[in-house]
Design a protein around this ligand. Structure first.
Ligand SMILES: [Zn+2]
Length: 115
């Protein structure tokens, strides 16, 4: 359910951006969402369709780029996507540590339309 406030926030930011650029409407908003960010893309789209009604965002498409979490190997420093039930580096077999990769959540770009 915490997608609701974040979606309101996204719309607010997009509207501010569009207003500053004198846009007539917002065509699309691209979000980067890490699998470990705690946010679910589908829920954001669902709330977006409801909250954006009557705003410059109405009818805009939400594009979501998913980021897979990556671990950093404590042995060789390589970044890798972990396999199910394993934390081992595919290169050297050492254990990987969690990184910030996969926890992202931000607006990558906003596409606007001018009359
Ligand atoms: Zn390694």
């Amino acid at each position: 359910m915490h997608e609701f406030p974040i979606t309101q926030q996204i719309i607010k930011i997009a509207e501010k951006h569009a207003t500053e650029l004198c846009a007539s409407r917002i065509k699309s908003i691209k979000l980067v969402v890490g699998d470990y960010s705690g946010f679910i893309g589908d829920s954001i789209q669902m709330y977006f369709d409801v909250i954006s009604e009557g705003t410059l965002c109405e009818g805009a498409v939400i594009e979501i780029e998913h980021r897979k979490p990556k671990l950093r190997c404590t042995g060789c420093g390589e970044l890798f996507e972990r396999e199910l039930l394993s934390f081992s580096c595919p290169t050297c077999g050492e254990t990987g540590e969690p990184t910030e990769i996969g926890k992202e959540f931000y607006i990558d770009s906003i596409e606007i339309e001018k009359e």
